[in-house]
Design a protein around this ligand. Structure first.
Ligand code: FAD
Ligand code: UDP
Length: 400
């Protein structure tokens, strides 16, 4: 333990992002150790400390808070998302209000165009998309519904990500917009993925070209990182960044552990590895004020190696002479970003989940720890529910 403490001390140079916490003495005892400073870990830590009165140590192996939602200014001073575009949207007033304690918002409705044969057309597929692609002039929802019905191929039962789309829009549109993109993004055919993946993207008969229709759609006014800093800025919370929890688990005794990393890693890959999809991000600053007409352009063509290009100034409202973009190249190696939804992976996860359920002193929360393709708001909701299940403030304060 002394060796570990010395090793950690050697890393004290890593600046905590949150107001400089003193490096906790290793004999300090914490009520809870939280592994991960992303949405799952930050919400758990905030609730446990601010509502439950617990002493909490948050550990993240990355040198920053925010998990995959981390944003930062690049060399040109433009706020970018280090791990790809994060757009906040939710239908839950509770979740929106909870996060509103830590940030103000910039109203933002996301719009995406798909690049098809040199044309940029709205995605999700809507009336405008179809009129542009087929040189039509459909004016009503009914006309579009009839157009799609004539192409749709009924599939019973709808099981896969191919079935969902083909049964709504037919094979041609499926191939144009979904097959190539999905094969790139996931490294497998839509027919080998659960229907829930492509079902995230609807088909519309009208002209609404927003990517999401949720009641609350907004970006944190000063960025995600600032919001996380405020969540974690509490006298009961200590923060260790740039440290893997396995190195310090024993150095900082704790009564309870909240784990938000990959669940298979936690159990030493006992049943083998759970597949995750990764991405390589290429961040570029361009010497012109704007690059593309909307925040995100998707490239469904399989011959293009990246899936989408994001231009951040649309998301943040920042004004600058130059503009920064990110290209996403899917990859089978690298940080785990996406659990891959399909039957065999779910079966393997269930075996890990059984191990997790048998550990009452550990709470598994978040996208990686519960192997669920969750959006940010869903992770916040899951964390708030987990905190409530732990007993909330009253049980916390009564605990010995
Ligand atoms: P994470 O953010 O992954 O946090 C887990 C943290 O645990 C990480 O920081 C990791 O370093 C740390 N950790 C893991 N193991 C250890 C260990 N052994 N020791 C120490 N630390 C450890 N959601 C939306 O709602 N809208 C979007 O537009 C959106 N876009 C996305 C785009 C991309 C490219 C990706 C990958 C995701 C996107 N998401 C989006 C999903 C969103 O990122 C997640 O829902 C959310 O960030 C998950 O939070 P989390 O805390 O569960 O996990
Ligand atoms: N998708 C697609 N073409 C698109 C957009 C999405 O095939 O132009 C499919 C793809 O499989 C993708 C899934 O729909 O992974 C979900 O899309 P979403 O935009 O929700 O993905 P995320 O933002 O989570 O990467």
């Amino acid at each position: 333990a002394a060796l570990i403490a010395a090793e950690i001390a050697a890393r004290r140079r890593i600046e905590p992002v949150v107001s400089p916490t003193t490096w906790p003495a290793s004999e300090d005892r914490y009520d809870v150790m939280v592994v991960g400073a992303g949405f799952a870990g930050a919400v758990m830590a905030e609730r446990l400390a601010a509502d439950g009165g617990k002493r909490v140590l948050v550990v993240d192996r990355r040198p920053h808070v925010g998990g995959n939602a981390y944003d930062r200014k690049d060399d040109a001073g433009i706020l970018i998302h280090q791990y790809g575009p994060h757009i906040f949207h939710t239908n839950s007033q509770e979740i929106f209000q909870y996060l509103s304690r830590f940030t103000e918002w910039r109203p933002y409705e996301h719009r995406v165009l798909a690049s098809v044969d040199g044309q940029l057309v709205p995605m999700p597929i809507n009336r405008t998309t179809l009129n542009a692609l087929y040189d039509l002039n459909m004016q009503s929802d009914e006309e579009v519904a009839a157009f799609l019905a004539a192409r749709a191929e009924p599939v019973v039962p709808i099981r896969t990500s191919a079935d969902v789309v083909v049964s709504q829009v037919g094979r041609e549109l499926y191939e144009t917009f979904f097959r190539g993109y999905t094969r790139k993004q996931w490294g497998r055919d839509p027919s080998e993925l659960d229907k829930s993946v492509t079902a995230r993207v609807p088909t519309r008969t009208g002209t609404d070209d927003r990517y999401f229709t949720d009641q609350f759609q907004a970006m944190p006014l000063e960025g995600y990182t600032r919001m996380f800093e405020r969540m974690l800025d509490h006298p009961n919370i200590d923060l260790l960044l740039g440290v893997d929890y396995r190195e310090i688990r024993d150095a900082y005794p704790h009564d309870h552990l909240v784990f938000t990393g990959p669940v298979d890693e936690y159990f030493g890959y006992r049943y083998g590895r759970l597949p995750y999809r990764s991405l390589q991000f290429e961040h570029r600053t361009l010497d012109k004020p704007w690059h593309q007409p909307v925040a995100v352009v998707n490239y469904p063509d399989e011959a293009v190696p990246y899936t989408r290009v994001t231009e951040y100034k649309y998301l943040t409202g920042q004004e600058a002479d130059r503009t920064s973009v990110t290209l996403e190249y899917p990859s089978s190696t690298g940080d785990p970003y996406y659990p891959i939804p399909c039957e065999e992976n779910q079966a393997l996860y269930k075996r890990y989940e059984a191990l997790a359920l048998a550990e009452p002193s550990v709470s598994f929360v978040g996208r990686l720890a519960t192997y669920r393709y969750y959006n940010m708001d869903q992770v916040v909701g899951q964390a708030l529910a987990t905190y409530r299940r732990l007993g909330g403030a009253r049980a916390m304060r009564q605990a010995p």
